[in-house]
Each structure stands twice: as structure tokens, then as C-alpha cells.
Design a protein around this ligand. Structure first.
Ligand SMILES: C[S@@+](CC[C@H](N)C(=O)[O-])C[C@H]1O[C@@H](n2cnc3c(N)ncnc32)[C@H](O)[C@@H]1O
Length: 291
């Protein structure tokens, strides 16, 4: 299974406001949301983005199924405006982003997202340069602590950075397993959560510049949306959700958007039972009111 799509029914109900419209799936992944939308709305078209090579291969596999209703662009969604202009698209009827990593990316040990991985990479786009290995082995003690604190809200950030720098004296940290062991030498397990969770999350966000990519997408979205076009963002992290909430509020205050979700939308208990990952998903939706 490539990836279990989160809240597909809610996504489709909120996103599609024009039955023969053109929509953007910013995070194609395994194509789960796109497939669901195509099945439910036989006359819509989708332009899908994903920067990941596996996702691009997944698209090639599924292409026949989608016929001529889809265009796939292997690109960072922060470049959406230019990428769409390149194919002469300037307005769309809806934008969906289901941000974060896919289960496929997370479970593939060669990608370095999981604690059990024998590499230290964490790039979603293998064309980019910066890896977690470079950060862990080359960044200063202070920079490491700042990353762990800012993007992981890790309260032991300084002690963990100290332990990593001490461990570096004995040779490079080459794998996620080695990094996890260093973190666990400083931080004990509390409850079910692995002590390395926050550091791993902070590295992933930093390596992939996840917050700034989201900010650029949100700032370009109003220009791209047609009147009554919808923007649906699903995030899995409080830092991301805070950015979405603030952007939507500002645009609603400026009468550019109407807020369709006064309260954040979360997965139902039935969905969480089938797909535990959906537990932390937060969906917010706006409609463009001033084209
Ligand atoms: C949670 S998965 C999406 C799953 C998809 N909705 C589905 O139903 O199969 C997130 C996907 O977004 C992609 N992604 C994350 N940040 C991106 C960015 N800045 N630009 C393009 N793709 C991105 C990842 O590579 C990953 O495949």
C-alpha cells in the first residue's frame, strides 16, 4: 500500500465547487486523493504536483487509469505559480495540499525517515542537496539545538546537541539508528512515544524547508484561485496548522477568502480506527470571494 489517504470524503466535499472545474493536487503522493476525486467527479481535471521520484513513478503506473484528465508536474509546490504559467494556466477552481510525508516515504528504510533506517537522509526530493547527515555531522552545537527546539519543540535540545557533538569526536554519525541511540542516551522514553521523535521531526522539517514551502504556497493561492475556488490544507503538525490558521484568518479579514471551517476538521473515530495516522490530521478550508 503506497499511502492511506486522509479524510477523502471531507476533502472531496469541500474542494469541489464546480463540477467540470480544474483542480490542483499539490501533494500527489500515491494519488489516493486524486483517484477519489476523479471517481466522484467524472468531469473534473487535475494538475498534480509532487517533488518525490517515487511519487512520480507511481503517477506513471496509474496514468492509464486517469486518462487525459491529469497533468503531473514533478516540482516543489512552492513553485506552483511559475510551473502553472509554464503551461498557460493562471486560474484554477481549487487547491488541495495534504502536506508532510507519505507512508511510503516513511516506511522505506532507504529514505532515512524512520528510526530503524541505515541511512541519514530525509530528503523528499532526491534532487536537493541538503541531507540530515550533513546537518547532524557538520552543523554547530548551537545550530543543532536551535533546529531541534524551533522545529521539534524539543525541550532537551541543548543536551541532545551536546551529546551529538561529543559523539562526533569518535567518528561520523551515518545512520538514523546511530542518531536515535545518541538521543536515547540523553532522553528516556516517556510513555509510548520514542524519545527521538521530536528531533527526527525537526530534522525532516528543516531538510525539506517544509514551513517556508507552505508559506509560499499560501501566499500564491489567492492569485491562482478563481472566484468561489476553494483551498483545502491538511497538516499534521501544530507549527504548520498555525501558519494555515493565521493565513486564512488574515485573508478572511481582508475579504479575500470566506472561512468555510470555523473550527479545524479532524478525522472521525471510524477513520482513526482504520488509519491511525489520520489522528493528527487537521484540515482547514477557505473559499475565494474576491476574484
Ligand atoms: C501525505 S503525502 C500525500 C498523499 C496523497 N494525498 C495521497 O492521497 O496519496 C504528502 C506528499 O507530498 C509531497 N510533498 C511534500 N512537500 C512537498 C512540496 N513542497 N512540493 C511537492 N510535493 C511535496 C511528498 O513528497 C508526499 O508524496
Amino acid at each position: 500500500m503506497y499511502h492511506f489517504s486522509v479524510m477523502p470524503l471531507e476533502v472531496s466535499n469541500y474542494l469541489v465547487n464546480k463540477l467540470d472545474g480544474l483542480y490542483i493536487d499539490c501533494t500527489f503522493g500515491g494519488g489516493g486523493h486524486t483517484s477519489y476525486l476523479f471517481e466522484k467527479f467524472p468531469s473534473i481535471k487535475i494538475i498534480a504536483f509532487d517533488w518525490d521520484e517515487d511519487s512520480s513513478n507511481q503517477f506513471i503506473k496509474k496514468n492509464n487509469e486517469f486518462n487525459d484528465r491529469i497533468n503531473f508536474i514533478r516540482e516543489n509546490f512552492k513553485n506552483i505559480k511559475q510551473a502553472l504559467a509554464n503551461i498557460n494556466v493562471y486560474k484554477v477552481d481549487g487547491i488541495l495540499a495534504d502536506i508532510g510525508v507519505s507512508s511510503k516515504q516513511f516506511d522505506d528504510l532507504a529514505r532515512g525517515f524512520s528510526f530503524n533506517s541505515n541511512v541519514l537522509d530525509m530528503r523528499m526530493d532526491n534532487r536537493s542537496q541538503l541531507t540530515a547527515k550533513e546537518i547532524i555531522n557538520e552543523y554547530s552545537n548551537r545550530d543543532l539545538a536551535d533546529i531541534f527546539y524551533k522545529y521539534g519543540q524539543e525541550y532537551r535540545s541543548r543536551q541532545i546537541a551536546d551529546a551529538i557533538c561529543a559523539r562526533r569526536q569518535r567518528g561520523m554519525i551515518n545512520t538514523a539508528v546511530e542518531l536515535k541511540d545518541v538521543i536515547c542516551s540523553v532522553k528516556r522514553q516517556e510513555g509510548k512515544i520514542n524519545p527521538a521523535t521530536k528531533v527526527f521531526q525537526s530534522l525532516r522539517i528543516f531538510v525539506n524547508k517544509e514551513l517556508s514551502n507552505l508559506e509560499v504556497l499560501l501566499s500564491d493561492a489567492p492569485d491562482l484561485l478563481s472566484e468561489h475556488g476553494r483551498i483545502v490544507i491538511i497538516s499534521f503538525h501544530s507549527l504548520e496548522d498555525k501558519i494555515v490558521k493565521l493565513n486564512f484568518k488574515q485573508n478572511a479579514d481582508n475579504k479575500i477568502y470566506k472561512l468555510l471551517t470555523k473550527k479545524v476538521v479532524t478525522a472521525t473515530s471510524q477513520e482513526i480506527k482504520i488509519n491511525p495516522r489520520s489522528r493528527s490530521a487537521k484540515m482547514r478550508v477557505c473559499e475565494k470571494i474576491n476574484a
